[in-house]
Design a protein around this ligand. Structure first.
Ligand code: ZN
Ligand code: ZN
Length: 68
C-alpha cells in the first residue's frame, strides 16, 4: 500500500500506518501519532501504571479535529 497523501502529490511512498478516522494509508512523514492517557478514577493510594493508547490520524483528519 502507498501513502495517500504522497499519492496526491504524485509521489509514491510506502505506507506504514492507516488513519484511524478515514482509513487512508500514510507514510511516516504524513502520519500523526497521538497518545491518549486513558483516564481512570483509580482507587485510593494505588499508582497504577497507565499505558497510553495510541492513535494514528492523517493530516486532513487532524486539521478537522483541531478546527472542531
Ligand atoms: Zn506520505
Ligand atoms: Zn484521516
Amino acid at each position: 500500500m502507498e501513502c495517500y497523501e504522497c499519492h496526491s502529490l504524485h509521489r509514491s511512498t510506502s505506507a506504514v500506518a492507516v488513519c484511524r478516522e478515514c482509513g487512508v494509508a500514510l507514510c511516516a512523514s504524513h502520519l500523526h501519532v497521538e497518545t491518549q492517557q486513558m483516564r481512570k478514577e483509580a482507587g485510593l493510594g494505588k499508582s497504577t501504571s497507565e499505558v497510553p493508547a495510541r492513535r494514528v490520524v492523517c493530516p486532513t483528519c487532524r486539521r478537522a479535529e483541531l478546527s472542531a
